[in-house]
Write a protein that binds this ligand. Structure first.
Ligand code: 173
Length: 317
């Protein structure tokens, strides 16, 4: 008798919960001083202002709350409902996470051509995640150095990486050292690394410009930072709550035009800070870029042939 009562009460909980304002705890896999957190905070404010009675995002903090490379698992397991994260930080959940750097069309076009739905299908099934919104787009990664190179050869250099850069930098002979963003400054300061991979924007937020002497051009790939959500938490929401979150996701993506401006500004600012560019000649530059993509897709094909094949099509047309 008692047991039956408990069970029926438990069954009622999701229904009750969705009638209330959903409290969505969000962590950032990037440090709180990073450009990405600055970009996201006004969005959270608007989300909460418009979501009264429906849904509220409760920003918990950055890697001090949950370490960068553990954020994916925490969202998968529902320790928190949401995160701002990049695929390279949760390849432990599925190799496909890091494929998002290979998109050659904007998130708006990915929503139109089926790429967005495809990503969600894989994210749902393999990692218990909802891929809600891509908030960084149209932004290349670069190699930054403290020592000059004459050609794409990193032999004898120790380079800070994440999975984004691993195979590409390894192919140029680098010694690889993986760190979260929060440890790059100290690694540079102590001479543990001679360089690092990072997007064109954001190196000033963590003071890396103080230790950076060169940027290698061209940039490669397309930096991806997104809001992901726990699938069970998503399913517990009402249709109205989900609709609200989806509209806010689109609003966040519509802010992506800001990156074009910031990328131009930061390129200038890097030059003003005395960071020299190492520009390869036309043929070398083309070979460098081709190699970046060839290596990444070859790795993707090896790790997840079926999805890599589909994503390669959907990410470029
Ligand atoms: O930490 C990184 O260099 C990284 O993988 C990344 C990914 C997307 C945006 C910024 C950094």
């Amino acid at each position: 008798m008692k047991k039956t009562v408990c069970l029926s009460l438990a069954a009622l909980v999701p229904a009750l919960a969705s009638a209330q304002e959903a409290n969505l705890r969000l962590v950032s896999a990037f440090p709180e001083t990073a450009t990405y957190v600055k970009h996201m905070m006004p969005w959270i404010q608007k989300f909460n202002a418009g979501g009264k009675g429906l849904a509220r995002i409760n920003f918990i903090g950055g890697p001090k709350a949950i370490p960068t490379f553990e954020v994916g698992t925490s969202v998968k397991n529902g320790v928190v409902e949401m995160a701002m994260n990049t695929g390279a930080f949760y390849t432990n959940l599925m190799p496909e996470a890091d494929f998002l750097k290979l998109t050659q069309i904007t998130i708006a076009r990915q929503r139109k051509n089926g790429a967005f739905d495809y990503i969600n299908k894989v994210w749902n099934r393999k990692a218990n995640l909802v891929y809600l919104a891509r908030m960084v787009d149209e932004t290349p990664f670069h190699l930054y150095l403290t020592k000059k190179i004459e050609k794409p050869d990193l032999a004898g250099l120790k380079i800070r990486i994440t999975p984004v850069y691993r195979d590409f930098f390894a192919s140029m002979g680098a010694t690889l050292i993986q760190t979260p963003p929060g440890e790059v400054y100290t690694a540079l300061e102590r001479g543990v690394v001679d360089g690092y991979g990072w997007p064109i924007h954001g190196i000033f937020d963590l003071n890396w410009h103080e230790k950076t002497k060169f940027r290698v051009d061209p940039g490669f790939y397309n930096a991806e930072v997104s809001i992901i959500m726990n699938l069970d938490a998503w399913k517990k929401l009402s249709a109205k709550q989900r609709g609200y979150i989806e509209r806010q996701a689109l609003a966040l993506e519509s802010m992506n035009t800001a990156w074009r401006k910031l990328n131009q500004e930061d390129t200038k600012r890097q030059a003003q800070a005395g960071i020299q560019t190492i520009k390869f000649d036309g043929a070398t530059s083309k070979a460098y870029l081709d190699k970046a993509y060839d290596i990444a897709w070859a790795g993707a094909m090896k790790q997840s042939p079926e999805h890599a094949l589909q994503m390669r099509k959907l990410f470029s047309e």
